[in-house]
Every structure is written in C-alpha cells, then in structure tokens.
Design a protein around this ligand. Structure first.
Ligand SMILES: Cc1cc2nc3c(=O)[nH]c(=O)nc-3n(C[C@H](O)[C@H](O)[C@H](O)COP(=O)(O)OP(=O)(O)OC[C@H]3O[C@@H](n4cnc5c(N)ncnc54)[C@H](O)[C@@H]3O)c2cc1C
Length: 477
C-alpha cells in the first residue's frame, strides 16, 4: 500500500515524489514516457522571477520565484548558470521610469539574494561584444538563472528513488478503481498498485487524465498555450543574454546555449491539441523577424539548427491575451466518493519545489505527513565538489561531462574504466561508456532519452552517429 502515487514525471510530479519520499512517505511515480518527456524539457530553461509578470501585478508569484532562484542555484549548482540579462531600452514601448521601478521591485522582492542587482548600462561599453543594432544605445541589466530543465527533473526523480520512491517509466495506466480508503491502479505491465492518495501531475494532460482514467469531471479549465524556440548558430560572443521588447508588448529571449548556439524564444500560440507540439511557420517567422529587428547580423532560416515546442498547461483565467494568462498554480482535490485525488494546474519550472511543498500540505488532511520541509536544504545528485585529478577520463571530454553530470563523473569514470579507452566512439567526444552509464544509472532507454533529455548532444547530430548509437544501445539494454 503506497501513501501516495503520483501520475506524471514532469518537473512537478518528480518534485512532489522527491519531497514525499524524503518525508518518509511510501511513494510511487508513474510516467507514460520518459522523465520530462513533455513540457518540462521544452521550456526557456529559466529559473526566474519573471520580470514581465510585474506588469500584471503578480507580486506574490514574482517574490516566490525570486526566492526559488537562490534555492535552485544552491541545490543544483552543477546544472545551473547565473546569467546577466540585457534589456535594450525602447522608449516607445516602456518609459525608463517604468523600467526603473520594475527593476527596483525585482531587486527588492529578491530579498537577501546572491544574484547581482540590476543597473543602467551603455550597450556598447558593458560587454565584450554588442550584437544589438546601433540605434539602441542604452539599456538595463539584471540577473536570472539558466537551468538544464530536463536534467533538473531527472535529478529530482533520481533523488526520490535514492530516498525510497518507486518510479515506473514508459508505463501506462489501464484503469483505476476507487475504494473508500484507497485507489487501485492497474498498469499495462500487469501490476496493480494500491495507494491511499493519488496526485495527478500530468501537466497539459491533467484534465483528460482526470476524465478518462479516473472518471472525474474537473471544475477548473486549462488554457493550452504553445511556446516555440529556435536554436541557431551562435549569434554573438559573450555570456550575457538579451530580453527584447516587441511591438506587440511581448518579450522574447536570446540566450547563449551550449557554447556553440543561441537559444531564441518564445511564442504564445493557443492550441487545443497538446500531443506532439511542433513549431508553426508563423511562429518561426515571428521569432526570426523579432530577433532581426534588434541584431546587427541578421539570421536566416539556414542558421537554425534545431527547434522545439511545448504546451504550457495554464490555469484558465479568461484573460484575452495568452501571454497575460497567469503563470501561477492551483490545485483541485476530489474526495467526495472515497480516496482522494489531487490535480495540479499550471505552475512553472521555477516554482516546482514550492508547489511540491504545498501539495504535501494539502495531502496531510488525508495521510500522515511530516510537516518538516527539507527540499531547500538538500542538494540534488551530483551537486558536490569534484576531484578532477582522480579521474581517468581524458581531459578533452571531461569538461562537457562535468558541465552535464557534475560530481557524478566519478561514477562515469567507473564506466570509462570498464572499456578500452571508453569503448566505441559514436560522435565527436561521445563514447560508448557514457551510453552504458546513462542506461544503467540514469534510466535512459531510447536514443531520444539520451540525445535530448539526459544530454543535448542531439542538436546537429548526424544520421550515421544516430545509427551507431542505436546499435550500442541494444548492446547494453
Ligand atoms: C515554451 C515554454 C517555455 C517555458 N519557459 C519556462 C521558463 O523559462 N521557466 C519556468 O519556470 N517555466 C517555464 N515554462 C513552464 C514550465 O515548463 C511548465 O510549467 C512545467 O514544465 C510543467 O511541468 P509539469 O510537470 O506540470 O508538466 P509536464 O512536464 O508536461 O509533465 C507531465 C507529465 O505527465 C505525463 N503523463 C501524461 N499523461 C500521463 C498518463 N496517463 N500516465 C502517466 N504519465 C502521464 C507526461 O508524459 C509528462 O511527462 C515554460 C513552458 C513552455 C511551454
């Protein structure tokens, strides 16, 4: 008998599983695909207060998010990078006093933060290279945190497992039966699980899961808003990112990505279908034109090396503009006819840890839950110091591995040693030992799991290398 079964292995599901397991609850998570195989790997990858939410007067969300910025930096330093964001001044869109008030609030709401405060700058003088057109002279700079979103989810899942949770991946629920005190959950592998409570953390799928698997009609509605990104060949040198104000009052980001690329996004495109989101022609054109209205060396279609799209599961608040719909989260509990089910609506990557704490608080009405919150103090796997000298892995591939796995490279080193010189070479600095490590230690099963969620090696990855990877995968599965 589980205390809680969580459906959905996106950031919210794994965050709840980690917190629950750490509080000693008998915890299980069921994910129909891979960890973070939906929205949680398709974000802009920012742990941020969300400077633009100030315009919607959403101070509570901004404050909570800014505090989380410091917490996530502390518990996951190996997969996060503090980034300075440059906001070129566009007087016709927002006056300088509005921006100054906004940034003042942003700094104040951060409380005692380790992040650099905002300031006014000259675009040409502050950074090594200024990619912005000469007609934009000045701007502002403030701080936020860039994160490897899918690895953040993965590490939460791994920590949940280390603390006793059971995680089923690539597993479907066939049906559920509600009892007075518990749920019976029938899985497609023949197992039947019993649990005192269920959490439905299936993001964009939340309402359909509640309806079709649990037979419950939700009172809340979701607003499904697709956002797309372009990854292009690096536009400029330098570690700073840009937040660009557009004529439609939206903003888009331009962020250095994986040394060779620039990440550009995002859009707000309302959709009804949330399976397999794909960038539309209009979104692509919008992103290219928007960036080109700011940068000196304009980009063209051919510069694009990868695109991705995800669907935001926002709580419907009947706002006319998709970009203005609240990014906050809410819960709905159904306990009328027996054991409880709690459904998560909305949320952001940034607030997953706080959301998880709140879910456990809600569940304490039904199951015995320790009220000791702990997830802000305990680091995620791989976040400890690294002793590089003790590793045999050659220096030329060590850097990427450290940037991806942090202190988990000690474990990778054991796999390296199992093979002669790391085993078969797949592509550039990617060898067989890493594949075996990912299968055995990080629950990878497919080339997509490896190339796009455990790593981002899949960007610009040649077909022959993919074929080779498939052969090596079969060898070790
Ligand atoms: C374009 C875009 C940009 C964003 N940028 C940011 C950002 O920069 N910063 C930020 O903080 N937030 C950002 N967000 C928001 C953030 O990504 C989401 O709020 C968050 O990832 C949602 O996580 P989730 O766990 O609720 O949903 P998901 O990640 O979608 O997870 C739900 C999981 O449930 C699984 N599932 C569905 N049905 C079933 C079933 N029947 N059985 C088992 N499993 C099931 C799915 O496979 C999926 O893995 C962005 C979102 C988008 C779309």
């Amino acid at each position: 008998m589980y205390d809680v079964v969580i459906i959905g292995g996106g950031i919210n599901g794994v965050g709840i599983a980690r917190d629950a397991a750490g509080r000693g609850l008998n915890t299980c998570l069921i994910e129909k695909g891979d960890i973070a195989s939906q929205t949680s790997s398709w974000s802009t990858k920012l742990i941020h207060g969300g400077i633009r939410y100030l315009e919607n007067y959403n101070f509570k969300l901004v404050r909570e998010s800014l505090i989380e910025r410091d917490v996530i930096k502390k518990i996951a330093p190996h997969i996060t990078i503090p980034v300075r964001f440059v906001l070129p001044h566009v007087p016709s869109l927002r006056s300088s006093w509005i921006i100054r008030i906004g940034l003042f609030l942003y700094d104040r709401l951060s409380g005692k933060s380790t992040f650099e405060k905002s300031k006014f700058i000259s675009l040409n003088e502050t950074f090594k290279e200024n990619p912005i057109k000469e007609n934009f002279k000045s701007g502002y700079v403030y701080s936020d945190l860039f994160v490897d979103d899918s690895r953040l989810a993965l590490l939460n899942a791994e920590d949940a497992i280390n603390r006793g949770a059971k995680v089923y991946l690539n597993t479907n629920i066939i049906k559920t039966v509600r009892g007075e005190d518990n749920w019976s959950i029938f899985l497609d592998n023949g197992e039947v699980l019993k649990s005192k409570a269920v959490v439905n953390a299936t993001g964009p799928f939340a309402i359909s899961v509640l309806n079709n698997i649990f037979g419950i009609k939700s009172k809340k509605k979701l607003r499904l808003v697709q956002g797309s990104h372009l990854v292009v060949k690096k536009i400029y040198d330098g570690d700073q990112a840009y937040i660009l104000q557009l004529n439609d009052k939206r903003v888009i980001f331009m962020i250095p990505f994986k040394k060779k690329y620039t990440l550009i996004g995002t859009t707000d495109h309302e959709v009804e279908d949330f399976e397999n989101p794909k960038i539309t022609y209009e979104e692509k054109t919008y992103l290219i034109n928007s960036v080109n209205s700011f940068i000196k060396n304009e980009i063209v279609d051919n510069d694009i090396v990868w695109t991705y799209s995800g669907v935001r599961p926002l709580i419907e608040d009947n706002n006319q503009k998709a970009s203005k719909v609240s990014r906050d989260y809410a819960f709905e509990i159904d306990d009328r006819d027996g054991a409880p089910i709690l459904t998560v609506f909305g949320g952001k990557l940034t607030t997953y840890r706080k959301l998880s704490e709140q879910v456990l608080k809600k569940l304490s009405k039904y199951i015995v839950v320790s009220n000791k919150t702990w997830t802000s103090d305990e680091i995620l796997p791989g976040a400890t110091d690294i002793n590089i000298n003790s590793e045999n892995i050659p220096k030329k591939i060590l850097q990427r591995l450290i940037e991806t796995y942090g202190a988990k490279i000690s474990k990778l080193n054991e796999y390296y040693n199992e093979f002669n010189a790391g085993g078969d070479l797949i592509f550039e600095d990617f060898y067989e030992f890493e594949v075996k490590y990912l299968i055995k230690e990080e629950m990878a099963r497919t080339s997509e799991d490896i190339l796009f969620r455990r790593t981002k090696l899949g960007i610009n990855f040649p077909k022959e290398a993919k074929d080779k990877l498939e052969i090596i995968l079969k060898r070790h599965l």
